[in-house]
Design a binder for this molecule. Structure first.
Ligand code: PGA
Length: 249
């Protein structure tokens, strides 16, 4: 069995103006010039999706949104639907990021509804799960992740392309990462849950690790069993720091 290419996804969060497209252009040039061993995607803020899609036309870098509303359209001021993301040029969407769960009160049920919307619109969702530091210290990390996974993944994902991202809340943007053993343990547990829930499909669903992935720890993290890629925040904001992760892959 060949090892699938790792999936390296860059989440720009609420960073990026027109001038930031220069970073995407540098990345595009690099990806075009090298035989890259990874699947690569960028998740710019919604305002940049269409411009980034145009900038990256013909380049092997996919584009996604960072969130979507469950409904296709309606009186929901300020929200963006999965269909609108597709219309702008996105192919993927991040759902249930801890910054949405914590900052916008998103529940597992809401994340599942958004995942159904993504499937309806033809977007590939990356569904995020992860424990807080208090939950890890209380020995509940695996139980919390299992509960989030069970309730955030709708049945409609069966036979559809989707990814899971394991992102311990305390590792995001903090410079802290779990030990290799802790990441391996969490990913093995997620893999077992996915197989129990989705059968054979569950064995091949990519499980990304996210939380303070950088050039100097990416290699070690990507070699851990059941780590199928990385969801990168801060280090995806410049082409130089993202390439420190991508170029050795
Ligand atoms: P970070 O963010 O790489 O800046 O820790 C990761 C994420 O939130 O996906």
């Amino acid at each position: 069995m060949t090892t699938p290419r790792p999936f390296i996804a860059g989440n720009w969060k609420m960073h990026g103006l027109d001038s930031s497209l220069g970073e995407a252009r540098v990345l595009a040039g690099w990806v075009e010039d090298h035989a890259i061993g990874a699947r690569v995607a960028l998740f710019p803020p919604a305002t940049l999706i269409e411009r980034m899609a145009r900038t990256l036309t013909g380049v092997a870098i996919e584009i996604g949104g960072q969130d979507c509303r469950a409904q296709a359209s309606g009186a929901f001021t300020g929200d963006v639907s999965a269909e609108m993301l597709v219309d702008a040029g996105a192919r993927l969407v991040i759902l249930g990021h801890s910054e949405r769960r914590a900052g916008h009160g998103e529940t597992d049920a809401l994340v599942a509804a958004k995942a159904r919307a993504a499937v309806r619109a033809g977007l590939e969702p990356i569904v995020c799960v992860g424990e807080t530091l208090a939950e890890r210290r209380a020995g509940q990390a695996l139980a919390v992740v299992a509960a989030q996974l069970a309730a955030s993944l709708p049945d409609v994902l069966a036979k559809r392309d989707f990814c899971v991202a394991y992102e311990p809340v305390w590792a995001i943007g903090s410079g802290l990462t779990p030990s290799v053993g802790e990441i391996a343990e969490a990913h093995a547990a997620i893999r077992a849950d996915l197989i129990a829930r989705f059968g054979a499909q569950g064995a091949s669903i990519p499980i990304l690790y996210g939380g303070s992935v950088k050039g100097d720890n990416a290699g070690e993290i990507l070699r851990i069993a059941e780590v199928g890629g990385a969801l990168v925040g801060g280090a995806s904001l410049t082409a130089a720091s993202f390439l420190e992760i991508l170029s050795p892959v």
